[in-house]
Design a protein around this ligand. Structure first.
Ligand code: BEZ
Length: 385
């Protein structure tokens, strides 16, 4: 069966009918389509296109034309890749990206060229902190949010000591810093922070170190292919039964089929879960699964879907006239988004203010077992908007 929303390597005009009041809105996806985050990029694009399809192939009555660049999760190529979309393709709106380091370059390029940017994943704190800008909003999260929420949960469980472990780049550092902040505020102590370079997966020496430290719990940030391997290795090292493994929800989102038994029972915190069982979420999951039968309706798909919803809110306010940039951006900032995760609004800095769920892995689902922190807002330290 051919999927209606299949991705193409070249620019695609979704619909070109007479009667649109303006030229098609040019949307540029800068996402990873290769490497450890490839599946995340694909899910984001799928989610975005699903929402557009649900609106009859248009956003606020406007045709949509898509452009794509594979950023390979490579920060050093970030400026060049961003300029492919901004200067060569002259897109109106950028949707990107997954990796925080690449997103830093993209946000700078968007700001310098006055191009509207919606970040559908990367949680880099600096983008909505010291570098915050009217040109940028997120449909996702800040790295701090799930980490902070899990620190609260870990302290509530009575854990006194923890080791944190992550890739050595902004997402890992900020996620584990968020955990440390709330965990230590509640009396816990992070006794060691272990790192390895992105996207390495040689976890064995670090797991040996964890076994010798014997903390009450381990908190981790990994995602995509690396998360699959970490969870498998943690279990294979015999640590799962003796030292509880906690994580930002990316550890087990979109990964459960591959992780299988090794992930069962793991607790994570995230702004989405598989079992919310709301009318809104059920409708999203049914539509996503129908269009993409081989992919789980995961958090990345939701973030892509909500990026399209944010853009639709902005376009509606300007009747599809993308040249009215300020009005479009203000409308996105004041929108209420009817997300599969639950409705949310953006903070002044442009981050979703949202509930962070506590989830437990059961079978192939991250089942919500509660809300770890309600309506959590990133502190956006250093933002002067
Ligand atoms: C990040 O780099 O910000 C990131 C990547 C994957 C999942 C979550 C965050």
């Amino acid at each position: 069966m051919k999927h209606i929303l299949s991705r193409t390597a070249v620019a695609t005009v979704l619909a070109l009918s007479a009667g649109a009041s303006h030229a098609a809105v040019k949307v540029g996806f800068m996402l990873p389509y290769s490497g450890t985050y490839a599946q995340l990029g694909e899910a984001i694009e799928n989610g975005f296109k699903l929402y557009v399809q649900e609106q009859g192939g248009k956003l606020a009555g406007q045709e949509v034309q898509y452009f794509e660049v594979d950023d390979e999760s490579n920060p050093s190529k970030g400026p060049e890749n961003a300029n492919r979309l901004i200067k060569r393709d002259q897109v109106d709106v950028l949707i990107g990206t997954v990796h925080s380091g690449v997103a830093m370059a993209l946000a700078k390029a968007a700001n310098d060229s006055d191009t509207t940017l919606i970040i559908p994943n990367a949680g880099a704190g600096a983008i909505t902190g010291p570098l915050c800008s009217k040109t940028v909003v997120r449909s996702s999260f800040s790295n701090w949010q799930p980490g902070y929420a899990m620190g609260v949960v870990a302290a509530d469980k009575g854990y006194k000591t923890a080791v944190t472990i992550s890739w050595n780049y902004a997402a890992g550092k900020e996620s584990t810093d968020g955990f440390k902040e709330s965990f230590e505020k509640a009396g816990g102590k992070v006794v060691k922070h272990l790192t390895l370079p992105f996207p390495n997966v040689e976890f064995q020496p670090l797991l040996t170190e964890i076994a010798s430290i014997k903390p009450d719990a381990v908190y981790t940030f990994f995602a995509g292919g690396g998360a699959v391997k970490f969870v498998q290795d943690y279990a294979a090292a015999g640590l799962k039964e003796s030292i509880p493994l906690l994580g930002a929800g990316f550890l087990t989102d979109g990964t459960l089929k591959a992780q299988g038994e090794s992930a069962q029972g793991l607790l994570t915190t995230l702004h989405y879960a598989d079992s919310l069982n709301t009318e809104r979420d059920n409708a999203f999951r049914e539509a996503y699964t129908k269009n993409f039968p081989n992919l789980p309706p995961d958090v990345y798909a939701v973030q892509g879907y909500d990026a399209a919803q944010l853009l639709a809110a902005g376009l509606k306010a300007v009747n599809g006239d993308v040249t009215k940039k300020e009005e479009l951006r203000d409308a996105m900032r004041s929108a209420t988004i009817d997300s599969p995760r639950g409705t949310f609004k953006l903070s002044k800095a442009g981050d979703p203010i949202q509930d962070i769920y506590l989830r437990e892995v059961k079978g192939e689902e991250n089942v919500a077992v509660g809300v770890a922190v309600e309506a959590l807002e990133d502190p956006a330290r250093g933002c002067k908007l």
